[in-house]
Design a protein around this ligand. Structure first.
Ligand code: K7E
Ligand code: CUA
Length: 651
């Protein structure tokens, strides 16, 4: 215990020294060179060559940037309410944030992954995870909207997620925290041997992307930190890094660093899929939300699912093995060939690389070193392919280029280290400012990386930007990796706390990016398909306003006969059919946000008037020269008044 404590202190001390050494780097930092400036400069009217999707961490959302400019194009709301569009505030999108805990309007989003076909990015969808209240979301890369969110039962701290298999057969969700399964009232210090770590496999329908939780593996009570699919030769397997194999439940900073090695768990999901298809596994009662947004009705619905199939690893011999991996591994990355599995022991200087071929041979030859809860532990020497003597400290995450190189981030020594996959030789290293977490090369988590740019996402900003009080946005950095040596090109601020990111060439998404929703295809229950159908209907104290918008008026624009105590639903249809002409809607005293309605779309804003008076509403998006004229009034009478319901069609 003492030894561990000292080494922890040592690492902390070193991290201070390393950060101290990284003087803003005015001399060593080549970013001021004019050639670097040219490499990131996108002239007015020109477009970037890559999309980058950065996780928003505790913002709960996903942000879209261009590379190499580092310009932010959009924030896509996923797990968090977003007043800019009304996501999570409009009646249509509230169901998207429903969970078994009720409405949860926030999450912590870490790992975006773009859908693949044959191990290459196909640009259909991007998957993301919610850590806190375990959820997986699917975002359309045509509309850039969240289309589906599925809650993950028996899970907590959904961190080794949301990575996909190489034909997007499954998106995987692994629990960081082990918990009692099923959840129950029990003493925390009985954790060891009793808590379970659920690894969930969610199938993705090839045509429309619909998610279904097919099975959950109930693993020993370790912490499952990160994961990557096998690819090419290792397709069919999935790899999960673990820590706290000690199964400590207190003072983890020390107690979970007792074992010299934790594990990378190798899971043969194809075997388990077959086992489940043949009736294997146990049906267990569960309660989890499945929320789907329909593009035609522009409406989300939430359904509670009641059952899940669980699999006990000891019931499927040959499908589970543990690969000893030193020093509490964090990142678990698989190279483009599928041969190498990289475990980044975050308390270490070295990077451990396992070989898939050696793993298969060790399984064949039964080269075991005992077992844990019935799962065979493979002999370390039998599976290890090599060690990268990095010279850095605190390796976290690795991405790959298309020339057989790997790039690993080092949190403590604040750098990116480039090394050769196969010789394990260090080829280059560049500082990051400061304390880098994940990095991203477009396609760097697939069989086909695009090796032009590398984005490092840093945890500490300090002096990189003009100060903005104690709270600074995180800083990301773009490196040119097309040559032998990496070249730092540019710093750009990010939003929230990016962890992982995914990127792809612009031409993969540009042609299919949706421009408008067709009005004649709008199947919303409350659509106003032409302005002459605009109307107001009362049903008890519920009032439905069928409203149309076109530059620059609302129809109807004046409404009378509303009473205090009513619940007024404004169903707003945008009749524009031109690209980039949204209209907004907001009304005084509303307890939700404004809504922004895209061309051809219908959205609903609810308002519960509390005070008698004549209250204005207006368009929130500057849509035309007469945008300021885009307004109207609602007359609100006392609850017992008998003012007739009436409205003006503005003709
Ligand atoms: Cu390293 Cu959540 Cu992927 Cu952050 S995780 S850095
Ligand atoms: Cu419509 Cu401003």
């Amino acid at each position: 215990m003492k030894k561990v404590k000292y080494s922890m202190l040592g690492l902390l001390g070193l991290s201070m020294i390393f950060i101290g050494c990284n003087d803003p780097g005015k001399s060593s930092n080549g970013a001021l060179a004019s050639s670097a400036a040219e490499k990131v400069y996108i002239a007015p009217g020109q477009r970037d060559s890559y999309y980058a999707f950065l996780s928003g961490g505790y913002s709960g959302n996903l942000t879209v940037y261009g590379l190499p400019s580092g310009r932010m194009f959009k924030e896509i709301p996923v797990f968090s309410q977003f007043p800019t569009s009304g996501y999570g505030y409009s009646e249509e999108t509230k169901p998207m944030l429903n969970t078994s805990f009720g409405f949860v309007p926030w999450d912590d989003l870490h790992h975006p992954d773009i859908s693949q076909t044959n191990g290459e990015l196909d640009g259909r969808w991007i998957f993301v995870n919610g850590n806190n209240t375990p959820r997986i979301a699917r975002v359309s890369l045509s509309t850039f909207e969240t289309e589906e969110i599925i809650e993950i039962p028996n899970s907590a701290g959904n961190h080794s997620s949301s990575f996909i298999t190489e034909n997007t057969e499954y998106v995987v969700a692994g629990t960081r925290f082990s918990v009692p399964v099923p959840q129950r009232d029990m003493p925390i210090n009985e954790y060891k041997g009793n808590f379970k770590g659920a690894l969930s496999f969610i199938s993705v329908a090839p045509d429309n992307g619909r998610l279904n939780l097919e099975f959950q593996i109930l693993m020993p009570g370790f912490n499952y930190d990160l994961s990557r699919p096998g690819r090419a030769k290792s397709h069919g397997w999935f790899f999960f890094s673990t820590y706290n194999t000690e199964e400590a439940n207190s003072l983890l900073e020390v107690m979970a660093s007792q074992n010299d090695k934790d594990f990378i768990a190798a899971v043969n999901w194809m075997k388990i899929e077959e086992y489940v298809k043949n009736g294997g596994g146990t049906k267990m009662p569960a309660n989890y939300a499945h929320n789907v947004y329909d593009e035609e009705t522009h409406t989300g619905t939430s359904t509670m699912k009641k059952e899940v199939i669980t699999v006990d690893p000891t019931d499927v011999p040959g499908a589970f093995y543990l690969l000893p991996t030193p020093k509490s591994p964090h990142g678990c990355d698989v190279d483009p060939s599928g041969q190498y599995i990289i475990g980044s022991g975050k308390l270490s200087a070295d990077i451990t690389v396992h070989s898939f071929d050696k793993m298969m041979a060790a399984i064949e030859g039964k080269k075991f070193d005992g077992e844990a809860y019935g799962i065979p532990i493979l002999k370390f020497e039998e599976v290890m392919a090599g060690t990268v003597k990095s010279g850095g400290l605190g390796p976290l995450h690795t991405e790959f280029d298309d020339k057989g190189n790997a790039y690993t981030t080092f949190f403590i020594s604040s750098e990116v280290v480039k090394w050769n996959v196969g010789t394990w030789e260090v080829l280059d290293r560049k500082p990051t400012y400061y304390s880098v977490g994940h990095l991203m090369i477009p396609g760097g988590n697939s069989r086909k990386p695009f090796s032009k740019y590398l984005v490092a996402m840093n945890k500490i900003t300090k002096d990189r930007y003009l100060p903005t009080g104690p709270e600074m946005e995180h800083s990301a950095q773009i490196y040119d990796i097309s040559g032998d040596k990496m070249e730092l090109l540019y710093d750009f601020p990010t939003h929230g706390e990016p962890h992982y990111a995914a990127g792809c060439p612009a031409e993969l998404l540009e042609p299919r990016s949706k421009k408008i929703y067709r009005l004649d295809e709008n199947k919303h229950k409350y659509v106003t398909s032409s302005p002459d159908q605009a109307r107001v209907e009362r049903n008890g104290n519920e009032v439905h306003v069928y409203m149309s918008t076109i530059r620059s008026h609302f129809t109807p624009d004046n409404i009378e006969g509303i009473k205090v105590g009513d619940k007024v639903y404004f169903h707003i249809t945008n009749h524009e059919q031109d690209f980039d002409v949204p209209h907004g809607f907001s009304i005084i005293g509303q307890n939700t946000s404004e809504i922004l309605v895209m061309p051809g779309q219908t959205k609903t804003s609810v308002w519960e008037p509390k005070q008698v008076g004549v209250w204005p509403f207006y368009c929130t998006d500057f849509c035309s020269a007469l945008h300021q004229e885009m307004q109207g009034y609602v007359r609100v009478s006392p609850a017992n008044a008998n003012v007739e319901l009436s409205w003006s069609l503005g003709e």
